[in-house]
Design a protein around this ligand. Structure first.
Ligand code: G
Ligand code: G
Ligand code: MN
Ligand code: NA
Length: 253
């Protein structure tokens, strides 16, 4: 397949880049975190979405090389921002379930922190709910990571097929409410009820909760009413290249 061959060459050609999407505390509009999202600048196709190439990377095993590059680059960039006087916030990195097939994943991630000098509390790993069904996503790895001070966040929460029991057993510090529940929250009473319930549950479990995909003031107001003050979405910011993120850090508004 053409895209597959191009994907193999993309590493040599240095065609990957990271964009970053801020997570905001709505009470004071302060940035409290930032999610790294990979992009592929294809020579002829332009920007290819990870929704297209991550599945190919997973099928071909290239996800290991790609995942390592993303982790290293995100940690390197965050350390650089910290050193330059940027806000001391964590960077969130998405993991693929395939990366858990890698032997010594926890040790590998810790070695990237050592290499880049980023303290572990400034790295957050996003895993999806559906990944919890995969037996290779072992509790042991998650515990090793959290014992080192790395945070684990459950992405796309509410869309997986798994039960809630893992919330009790696994070291998870944060839930990210999937944006499919937010989209129609202003008109759909069921979505509103589900979101309010997730927020209350997270609070009872002493977990952080972030709502994803906020695009409007109305959605933001409903979340605020439901006591969710951590927000990610186009309403505040799209995913931005590093140089645009820096404008927000270092140029007075
Ligand atoms: O950024 P965008 O909306 O195009 O992302 C599409 C999907 O790709 C999302 O599900 C997102 O979590 C995923 N994604 C983005 N960057 C990465 C990455 O570095 N690793 C993995 N495994 N998934 C990513
Ligand atoms: O699966 P994951 O939650 O990691 O996907 C994150 C992706 O969701 C981001 O890369 C971004 O492209 C997309 N996204 C972020 N905010 C919004 C938003 O407000 N609206 C929509 N439609 N997509 C968003
Ligand atoms: Mn994510
Ligand atoms: Na999501």
């Amino acid at each position: 397949m053409e895209l597959e061959a191009d994907l193999r060459r993309a590493f040599e050609r240095e065609e990957f880049m990271l964009c970053y999407q801020p997570q905001i505390r709505s009470s004071d509009s302060k940035m409290i975190g930032i999610e790294a999202l990979v992009r592929w600048k294809h020579a002829t196709r332009g920007i290819v979405s990870p929704g297209v190439f991550i599945p190919i990377a997973e099928e071909t095993g290239l996800i290991h090389e790609l995942g390592s590059w993303v982790l290293r680059e995100a940690c390197r960039q965050m350390k650089e921002w910290h050193t330059a006087g940027g806000p001391l916030i964590p960077v969130s990195v998405n993991l693929s379930s395939q990366q858990f097939h890698q032997e010594n994943l926890a040790e590998f991630i810790i070695s990237i922190l050592d290499e880049t000098g980023l303290p572990p509390q400034y790295l957050e790993l996003e895993i999806t709910e559906s990944m919890m069904m995969d037996p290779t996503v072992s509790t042991g790895i998650l515990h090793s990571l959290t014992e080192h001070g790395i945070r684990i966040s459950l992405d796309d929460f509410g869309t997986g097929y798994s039960s809630l029991s893992y919330l009790k057993h696994l070291p998870i510090q944060k839930l990210k409410i999937d944006r499919s529940f937010i989209r129609d929250i202003a008109s759909n009473a069921n979505d509103k009820a589900i979101v309010a319930t997730i927020i209350a549950m997270a609070q009872h479990l002493n977990m952080d909760v972030v709502a994803e995909g906020i695009e409007t003031q109305e959605q933001l107001d409903i979340l605020t009413e439901s006591d969710c003050r951590k927000i990610q979405g186009y309403f505040y910011s799209r995913p931005l290249p590093a140089w645009d993120v820096e404008q927000g850090f270092f140029v007075p508004q």
